[in-house]
Design a protein around this ligand. Sequence first.
Ligand SMILES: [Zn+2]
Length: 358
Amino acid sequence: MYVGVSARYLVNLEALNMAESVGNFVRHKKAPIVVRSGSGYVLRYVPVVSGQSIAHGYQELLARVAKGMGLPVCPLCEQGVFVKHGADEIIRRLARDYKAPHAMRLQELLKEKKSPASLYEEFEREVITNCVVEDVGGFLYPGAVPVKRTSRFIAGYMIPALDHVKASGVESQMHVRHDPLGAAGRAGEETGQAIYYVETASALYTVNLALDLDGIGCYTRAAGGWEELEDALKRREAALRALALLVEGMLWGAKKSRFNPSFELESVVVTVSHPYPFNPTPGHHDDYIGDTARRASGYLKTVKPVAGDAFVEIHYYRASRSTASKPAAAGGVKVREAPTASEAVLAALDHLAKAGCR
Ligand SMILES: [Zn+2]
């Protein structure tokens, strides 16, 4: 089972993803995008927020939701330090400083003379059994036998909607802060105030996210195929609830203590598909929900002859002031309007029992 999300946010004055600071100037991340223009296409440089930034926000939420549901989260992920089990020193630190039993077991495992396939299986099982964040968000241990788990949470860049890209921009804001030691830090030479600039951006943004629910709570078997953890169903529920929170609150990005964005969630379309992945259309034009429904009927025609129990559902939310249009009925596809974005995401809970390792 696979859940895809495509959302549109009207965001004003955000500094969610900064690229670098040059002296007293902090730049917003920007990227080139191609947009349609009259006879062809033109290149534009626009403010963006990276998928990495969104994944960080998601994993922070997931750690809290998982703990709340009584599911295991490793001590570093619980603190929002997502270094995962990415180096021997991190495993040592978890064993020595946090007395984490699973880290002690990993240290022993790495000393044992195991076949690469057995080591891979036991390492992955040990890590995900003890940390839902790494189960869903993936990890990479780059040892003699590398162990790589692909993230089941998928996030792209948040970029301005192409049809409304002219209504996006970046501008630096001047700020002044108390600076008793002066910019050079010389004691005794009080300068009082220091000027600094932060670039802020505003746009109608669109973002695409997904959750591969089938892969959650499953580890690779040395003999081939997958094995499911006992609490896999609960882990999938935690992943879905964290996704609903993320989308509803636009809970990602940096600098929110002083640049908390003024945002409105305009519209969301959520697709729930089984047994193959299906991604909704990004919100670049006002008919993106209708376009998703039409493409979903193409998905059904493609997969029905292969899998008899295949289905795809569409749940969408539109704020009353949203410019996104309502979708028309599409052949064989259930299309439902939800009262909130969270409920559009949580509609997937009804089918959770269908998810499984594959
Ligand atoms: Zn962890």
